[in-house]
Design a protein around this ligand. Structure first.
Ligand code: SF4
Ligand code: SF4
Length: 688
């Protein structure tokens, strides 16, 4: 038996090899199947969590058989830091890799103990001219060439005890977070982009390998596959992390040599630090994570997620929040981008919501729901909107003219400089109930649809609902507006989980009843659609909720479905104009953007000048809150710039919050695509 377990390093293969491989792949015409890779990865990680106890016992048993290893199980980060301090007594220099277990959980503790902690990873990119400022600058790297190009290229069994003669040993301790470890034989795996890991392994006086409990997998093959996946899926986030940042030092070569070759050792710390607790909690899904950081690539708040000089991914934020070592997750816009980007499909936004609610409940058990008065008021947005509509136009004046504006916005914790949307005294539902939108006669073919209106179209933008009803009538549908309440999404965002559950149950009962009568359901609000189709199943799953989710369609998706079957009236008048089409985040994640664009392309003469896909930064009331409004407008800055450059005749977006943010940031009116469609229909024939 060798003195230490095999240490493997996975790294991108050389450029020529990469080209050769790409040529082979291209000529074979068989791109790697990313979905199959994700599936295997998910199975591997699920096995790792499911068999956690036996893997842990097997790893401990195997690793302690290597005579050259000093093994230390550590219950928490303090215990691990104490051990490192003891090992590193004769040096002040600690070299670490970029792994989050080290940079987030250990590095701050080591610095507090007076060590100079350096990350040579960043120094290796000093020649890199960084043009990536944010996610919108990222190239799309997850292409076929990349997938085949992470290879197991170095076996660090070359790590010698003592090192080879003549090799310079530096007076430093390397503390390296392991990317995967095999329970079967103790093999250790690292991902490396240049040479920081191999250099640290070869030259550090002492090497301390940190194995998080969640990094244990069944065997060497699984460990290699997991590490390779980290490389494949994390490539873009790597570029994002390299954006200009302040880093102190450091190149291991610049450290002083260490004359004594004896006494070199390899230590393994098996670190729990809350992982066992999380494994037993409702946040267990988080430990499926392999640490690739892909979740940061499209995260609109990624620039604000830096702490202690480290750029945190959404996973890091959540994990550190569960360890109670970070600020709250309140900055999250719940845009869902991190879930979509995660190759393991970990539902980070839902877990963040749960973490926020947990935190609030723990913080104040003396109040009814542990929420502040502001949370409670904003957690009932429909109530606010109902009162505002009944009192319109006075409510609009009170909200936007002093002293009312200052008093109300202060009470609600809103930014007094942001203009709130106007309430309509005649809401959509009142208009519909008056009979204006109703179909009074039986419709040939019995085409029937139930319309889920949503709060924004009902209270703030009734013209969208009216336009939709008219378009549906034009296409021969009987339209029903079933009983409904706010979908609950803004309630969850303001920690009103109970209220959201009540509304979800109410809506599911009401909508399931109309589905049973043969109706499909349609909505023109991307967020309501996401909430009912997806989040209801996550939070309040039931057979009826599934039935409703299966029968609810986002409007563009439904109309394009009609068109594909030849059932949509395409007698549309020409609109010879250009549009800037902004895709709301909640629509992007439902994969209906293609339908939305196709629908716009049905309008003769209309040209889509540009499709904007960056986040507007608004997220409902979020951008109005004083504490977030600055960041919200900053995030929206890129979109405002794109809109300005495009100089299109119209700006189009289907999300009410995006509309308000665009109008606030650019001064340009943004309209729902349904209004354009109505215009195209209406120009040909009056629709009333
Ligand atoms: S939901 Fe959006 S804003 Fe929130 S962490 Fe994920 S990507 Fe970032
Ligand atoms: S949560 Fe983030 S770091 Fe973890 S696997 Fe998913 S994308 Fe990668």
């Amino acid at each position: 038996m060798s003195e230490i377990p095999p240490i493997w390093i996975v790294e991108p293969s050389a450029r020529e090899k990469r080209r050769q491989f790409s040529r082979i792949l291209i000529s074979r015409g068989s791109p790697p199947d990313l979905e199959a890779i994700k599936l295997r990865l998910r199975e591997l990680r699920e096995h790792s969590l499911h068999e956690h106890t036996s893997l842990l016992a097997e790893f401990k048993d195997n690793i302690t058989r290597y005579p050259g290893i000093q093994f230390k199980p550590a219950g928490d980060a303090e215990e691990a830091a104490d051990y490192i301090q003891e090992v590193a007594q004769r040096t002040q220099s600690i070299i670490v890799n970029r792994s989050s277990i080290v940079t987030n959980e250990l590095k701050p503790r080591l610095e507090r103990r007076g060590f100079c902690v350096a990350e040579p990873y960043y120094a290796e990119f000093h020649f890199f001219e960084n043009r990536v400022r944010d996610y919108w600058d990222l190239p799309y790297l997850l292409r076929k060439e990349l997938v085949g190009n992470f290879e197991i290229s170095i076996s660090a069994t070359e790590l010698c005890l003592p090192p080879r003669c003549g090799e310079a040993v530096k007076n430093c301790v390397a503390v390296l977070g392991v990317n995967a470890a095999s329970a079967k034989d103790g093999s250790i795996f690292f991902l490396q982009h240049f040479s920081n890991i191999s250099k640290s392994l070869e030259q550090a006086r002492q090497v301390i390998l940190i194995v998080g409990l969640d990094k244990l997998v069944k065997d060497k093959e699984d460990a290699a596959f997991q590490t390779k996946c980290m490389g494949i899926f994390g490539m873009e986030s790597m570029l994002l992390s390299l954006r200009p940042r302040q880093t102190e030092f450091a190149d291991i070569d610049s450290l002083p040599g260490f004359p004594e070759l004896e006494g070199r050792a390899v230590h393994i710390i098996l670190l729990d630090n809350g992982r066992s607790r999380i494994l037993k909690s409702s946040f267990k899904e988080l430990l499926l994570c392999m640490g690739c950081r892909a979740c940061i690539t499209q995260c609109p708040i990624n620039r604000s997620m830096s702490q202690n000089g480290a750029i945190w991914s959404p996973r890091d934020y959540l994990f550190m929040s569960l360890l109670e070592e970070s600020r709250s997750m309140d900055a999250c816009l719940h845009c869902e981008a991190c879930r979509v980007e995660c190759p393991l499909d970990i539902d980070l936004p839902r877990l963040m919501w749960m973490a926020e609610v947990d935190k609030t409940l723990r913080a104040d058990r003396t109040t009814k729901y542990g929420r502040t008065l502001r949370d409670r008021m904003l957690g009932n947005p429909e109530l606010l909107a109902r009162v505002g509509s009944l009192a319109a136009p006075f409510s609009n004046a009170a909200l936007n003219i002093d002293p009312g504006k200052t008093i109300v916005k202060k009470a609600l914790g809103l930014d007094r400089n942001r203009r709130l949307p106007s309430f309509h005294r005649e809401t959509f539902k009142r208009w519909f109930a008056r009979g204006d939108g109703r179909v009074r006669e039986a419709v040939p073919g019995n085409r029937r649809l139930a319309y889920y209106v949503g709060c924004f179209a009902n209270y703030y933008q009734p013209e969208t609902g009216k336009a939709l009803v008219q378009i549906l009538k034009r296409n021969g549908f009987e339209v029903l507006v079933p009983d409904q309440k706010c979908c609950g999404l803004p309630m969850i965002a303001n920690k009103n989980m109970r209220g959201a559950r009540r509304n979800a149950e109410y809506n599911v009962e009401s909508l399931a009843a109309v589905v049973a009568e043969g109706y499909d359901i349609i909505t023109a609000c991307p967020s309501c659609s996401l909430m009912i189709r997806r989040e209801y199943l996550n939070f309040y799953d039931s057979p009826k909720a599934r039935l409703v989710a299966e029968h609810l369609y986002y409007v563009d998706e439904y109309l394009m479905g009609l068109n594909r079957r030849g059932d949509l009236d395409t007698g549309l008048a020409e609109i010879p104009q250009s549009v800037f089409y902004h895709v709301p985040c909640h629509l992007k994640v439902q994969d209906t953007t293609g339908d939305s664009l196709e629908l716009l392309h049905l309008i003769p003469g209309l040209s889509v000048e540009k499709v904007g896909t960056v986040c507007c930064g608004m997220a409902g009331y979020h951008g109005y809150k004083k504490v977030h409004s600055g960041l919200s407008l900053e995030i929206g800055g890129k979109l405002f710039e794109e809109i300005g450059l495009a100089q299109a005749d119209k700006v189009v977006t289907s999300c009410g919050a995006c509309k308000l943010q665009i109008e606030a940031g650019t001064g340009v009116k943004a309209i729902h695509p349904i209004l354009l469609l109505q215009e195209a229909y209406g120009a040909r024939q009056h629709l009333s």
